[in-house]
Design a protein around this ligand. Structure first.
Ligand code: F6R
Length: 262
């Protein structure tokens, strides 16, 4: 596990951008797992910028998003498909046919979820998964208590999640009650994972995920089981970590060696 801490969100977004870009440079037919929400926006802006400057290409890249509200069409402004189009896909040279976001209107959701997992396999698996973290420690829509071996499935949203997301809708009754989400087990199969977190309201969840016990109540703690995870944290999100000195020491050692140390 790598924990990279910087003062500002801009700095961590910049480092995350460089990491993702360097991986795509090495493997142009990259399979990239993506998240929505505010945390990866700086990364997406960075990738758009590099693409516009001709420094990276997404022509051969395939993407799989973590989740989507169940019951929202892709053109709904609160759908995750809409979010991805407007915040990333519309601005880079990616073929939209290669961008997969769970279909919030899938009638037979069980079959849809099986096929989604199958598509990931057929693409050769996810090379790198981008994650954010909820203030309750969730990753994707894996609400506290989600099985650590869960797969892509229909998830009933927690009352707190519905409450938190109500601000994006005209009224609370319009917030979907369900979502389609990759499971914790699906996420753990990605070959590499980066998690971006900023702000004081993520500090507790980050400390629990990185330094707390492995528990389904904090679904991000499952990342302790993964051999290639990098956390990109601003100082506020890192403020409840106990081993910051060690993480900084390891980063220094990485610089000396010219290699990442997981
Ligand atoms: C969204 C997703 C969620 C978010 C999390 C943090 O695709 O997977 O788990 O990453 O809710 O959201 P933000 O980044 O808005 O704080």
């Amino acid at each position: 596990m790598r924990v990279i801490i910087r003062k500002t969100y801009e700095e961590i977004s910049d480092i995350a951008t460089k990491l993702v870009a360097s991986r795509i440079e090495k493997k142009p037919a990259f399979v990239l797992g993506l998240a929505t929400g505010s945390s990866p926006l700086g990364l997406y802006r960075g990738l758009i910028d590099m693409n516009k400057k001709g420094l990276i290409s997404f022509k051969k890249v395939k993407t799989f998003n973590l989740d989507e509200y169940y019951g929202l069409k892709g053109d709904h402004p609160q759908s995750y498909r809409y979010f991805m189009n407007t915040n990333l896909f519309d601005h880079i040279d990616i073929d939209k046919a290669n961008t997969m976001v769970p279909d919030g209107m899938a009638q037979n959701w069980e079959e849809f979820c099986r096929n989604y997992e199958q598509k990931i396999k057929e693409a050769g698996g996810i090379d790198l998964q981008v994650l954010g973290i909820g203030s309750d420690g969730h990753i994707a829509f894996n609400e506290p208590g989600s099985s650590l071996t869960s797969r892509t499935r229909l998830v009933a949203l927690d009352a707190q999640t519905i409450e938190d997301n109500a601000r994006f809708f005209e009224d609370k009754n319009q917030v979907p009650r369900f979502a389609l989400s990759m499971g914790v087990g699906t996420i753990l199969e990605a070959k590499e994972i980066i998690l971006i977190a900023n702000g004081k309201n993520k500090a507790k969840a980050i400390a629990q995920a990185i330094e707390g016990p492995l528990t389904s109540i904090i679904s991000a703690s499952a990342l302790q089981m993964h051999p290639r995870v990098s956390y990109f944290l601003d100082e506020e999100a890192a403020s409840e970590l106990k081993r910051v000195n060690y993480y900084r020491f390891v980063e220094g050692a990485e610089k000396k060696l010219g290699k990442e140390i997981f």
